[in-house]
Design a protein around this ligand. Structure first.
Ligand code: PMP
Length: 340
């Protein structure tokens, strides 16, 4: 969380924001919102224009799209109202920490399948564990590993599973594929997305999900709040989803992908570090036993990365957001100094 960052932090590489997309892209969208919005009025209740703009961007019918105040809110409502009480929910270990916290809050039981030391999940083990679960949640790409589940095996798992499957694609803009189109007609599937990462709009809090029409109708008219997204966020997001905004998002995603490869190479060049391939806008790396020292030493230089700890049997992992070229170079130089 930004508030928890040490004072003097100059490179914020711990919350997977999109720092690569130019700030001017969002400014233009905010200016458009300022002209369009009269905040004395309530927003468009169903946020239909926003849902339609997202549907156009994703390439699905608008009747399949619901929106929320960040994808966090959509995930929370899904756990609270789409799952039966005390459901056994299949997740990986690790997974998005907020989701696990919501499962606990709502009295659900997590069935965990661990990552291996190669930072991949054994799909056979996942399929086996699914037989003992009522629902499935997978963040694909996964936070914090950056692993994206193999597409064909994942599609097969969804088709063969009897309960609700939530696929969280917060980072899909940086990945190889998306299952959003599958959710149009797959009656047990909800694919969750966000404009926080792809469009660099984390502060606006605009998330969405693609679902079959019947699920979307129930979600939007019964489960969701009356005005889930502010009028300023609606208008700025609609403006961002236009041609210029979408082009800026695409360019940023391409820049993130090439910088990500540079970070993985640069980090892995150190004998005591292993960086794992990622399909997201962050890189997980194992610093062996020295992850705490590395974390502290980076903080002293104004660079914040996320302390993750044990993952997949690895001793001490850190997660760094892929930042601008200059920020990534600073991170690599700082690590070089620290590792000697
Ligand atoms: N899903 C995953 C896997 C995430 O890592 C995050 C953000 N850290 C979110 C969802 C939430 O994103 P937002 O609420 O900004 O849409």
């Amino acid at each position: 969380m930004p508030a928890a960052r040490a004072q003097g932090t100059t490179a914020r590489l711990d919350t997977n924001e999109n720092l690569v997309i130019p700030r001017s892209a969002a400014s233009a969208a905010l200016a458009a919102a300022r002209r369009a919005v009269d905040v004395r009025e309530y927003p468009d209740g169903g946020a239909e224009r926003l849902a339609a703009a997202i549907a156009g961007h994703v390439g699905v019918p608008a009747r399949c799209v619901v929106v929320g105040s960040g994808s966090d809110q959509i995930l929370d409502l899904a756990v609270a109202h789409l799952l039966a009480r005390r459901s056994r929910v299949l997740v990986t270990d690790p997974t998005f920490s907020f989701f696990e916290a919501r499962l606990a809050l709502h009295g659900m039981r997590a069935v965990r399948v661990p990552f291996g030391p190669d930072m991949a999940v054994d799909m056979g083990a996942l399929e086996g564990a699914a037989r003992g679960a009522d629902a499935i949640y997978l963040d694909s790409p996964n936070n914090p590993t950056g692993f994206q589940f193999p597409e064909r095996r994942l599609r097969r798992l969804i088709r063969s599973f009897g309960g609700l499957v939530i696929i969280d694609e917060a980072y899909a803009a940086f990945a190889g594929y998306s299952l959003a189109a599958m959710a149009r007609a797959q009656e047990n599937l909800a694919v969750v997305g966000t404009l926080s990462k792809s469009f660099g709009l984390a502060g606006l809090r605009v998330g969405y999900a693609v679902m079959p029409p019947a699920m979307a109708r129930a979600f939007a008219s019964v489960i969701q709040y009356p005005y889930p997204v502010s009028s300023v966020s609606i208008e700025a997001a609609v403006a961002s989803l236009g041609e210029r905004g979408a082009a800026a998002a695409r360019e940023a995603a391409a820049a993130v992908t090439s910088e990500r490869a540079r970070l993985v190479r640069g980090l892995s060049a150190h004998a005591n570090i292993e960086a794992f391939p990622s399909q997201a806008n962050f890189v997980l790396f194992d610093a062996g036993g020295s992850h705490r020292q590395v974390h502290r030493a980076l903080a002293e230089q104004g660079i914040s990365v996320r302390l993750i700890g044990r993952v997949g049997g690895r001793r001490g992992c850190l997660r760094a957001t892929v930042g601008t070229r200059e920020q990534n170079s600073r991170l690599l130089m700082a690590i070089r100094d620290i590792m000697g």
